[in-house]
Design a protein around this ligand. Structure first.
Ligand code: ADP
Ligand code: MG
Length: 341
């Protein structure tokens, strides 16, 4: 979820050393801070040059600030909130290029997933207490839920390029929380590549993108967590080079009411938090935005439907399923090449 960014603190530590004494040493430098109500962690491989690091840190926080200022539901002055509160949404509403890019990608994933992913689900998210509206302490009233469900739907949104704009056929309230983090990771990655950083890892709230290799020549290694509530436990490790990975799971962000667990991922068909035995879905893709949105889409679809679609489309997906006794793991053929021994 996207909340106002706090003042960004930059923590710089040297985490690894490599290279021989005749060349400038390459090191991994870590830059991190709070963003969108979560944290970002960035590893950049650089030779020893602290000046460049300062430029990088401020460049990164400028990018993240501008995405937050555009796509946050928590900020009343964001581009997103201005559209959500527009007097007449049936009029074309001009949007920035990044905002348009995210809307277009969201719509594509909605079609691809037959509506499992849907950014118009915002009013229902809020009703269950996961948005900027106050968190209710009970399950929503059925008629209110039905009412909100009737009015939503990605097909009620229209996009137009040149000039980039959006409009809605009926009143909508958009929520970009399931795609904007991924977009932000890609934007930071593009910036790093542009200024000549050849190897990096960018992570925001569990959505990751890597490029190049570590100073010791190894691929970046990323852990897929086991979906246990309290402690951090690794299910598998993947090795990636120039790829993105995102996970959607019900084990970190949920609330309990009368002993029942409610996920923050909503099935737009029923208007209810997803309730199946899929504990987490991890997707590897070319862009983090796509991986992020697909992970949520597959999570909504449930294992059977999601697996069939992912296999058919050759998408790399790793499913963790709550079995009777323990977790079961399934992955698509496209995923296997990323698994380390
Ligand atoms: P996860 O990584 O667990 O999927 P995200 O933060 O990426 O978590 O996305 C979850 C958020 O997306 C929810 O808090 C809600 O704001 C929004 N959301 C919930 N259900 C859907 C859906 N079906 N389609 C698109 N966005 C959704
Ligand atoms: Mg996500």
């Amino acid at each position: 979820m996207i909340r106002p960014a706090l003042v960004v603190t930059v923590l710089v530590i040297v985490t690894a050393l490599a290279g021989c004494s005749f060349e400038p040493e390459e090191k991994i430098w870590e830059i991190s801070g709070p963003v969108f109500g979560t944290q970002y962690h960035i590893d950049v491989v650089l030779t020893d040059d602290p000046d460049q690091l300062e430029t990088l840190s401020s460049g990164i926080s400028d990018i993240l600030d501008s995405i937050d200022a555009s796509m946050s539901t928590w900020r009343p002055d964001s581009e997103l909130s201005r559209f959500n509160n527009a007097d007449d949404q049936s009029q074309w509403f001009p949007v920035s290029e990044p905002f348009y890019e995210v809307l277009a990608a969201a719509q594509e994933i909605s079609e691809f997933s037959q509506g499992a992913f849907d950014i118009t689900v915002g009013p229902v998210v809020n009703l269950w207490g996961f948005g900027p509206e106050a968190r209710p302490n009970q399950v929503p009233e059925p008629s209110l839920l039905e009412n909100r469900l009737q009015s939503i739907g990605y097909e009620k949104l229209e996009l137009r390029s040149d000039p980039d704009s959006v409009r809605a056929l009926s009143r909508q309230y958009l929520d970009l929380s399931a795609i904007a983090k991924g977009y932000a990771v890609d934007a930071v990655a593009a910036y790093l590549s542009e200024i000549g950083v050849e190897a990096y890892l960018v992570e925001i709230g569990g959505e990751v993108r890597v490029h190049g290799r570590k100073p010791n020549g190894e691929a970046w290694r990323l852990a897929i967590e086991s979906p246990v509530d309290q402690k951090r436990q690794i299910s598998r490790v993947v090795a990636l080079e120039s790829r993105a990975m995102a996970t959607s799971g019900d084990y970190r962000n949920y609330y309990e009411s009368a002993g029942k667990r409610y996920s923050h991922t909503i099935n737009p068909e029923t208007g209810r938090p997803i309730e199946h035995n899929l504990a987490s879905v991890t997707v590897i893709a070319d862009t983090t935005m796509r991986a992020d949105a697909l992970a949520t889409a597959f999570n909504v679809m449930g294992y059977e439907r999601a697996n069939a679609l992912a296999v058919r489309e050759n998408i790399a997906v790793y499913f963790i399923i709550r079995g009777e006794q323990e977790f079961e793991v399934h992955y698509t053929p496209a995923f296997s090449s990323y698994l380390t021994k």
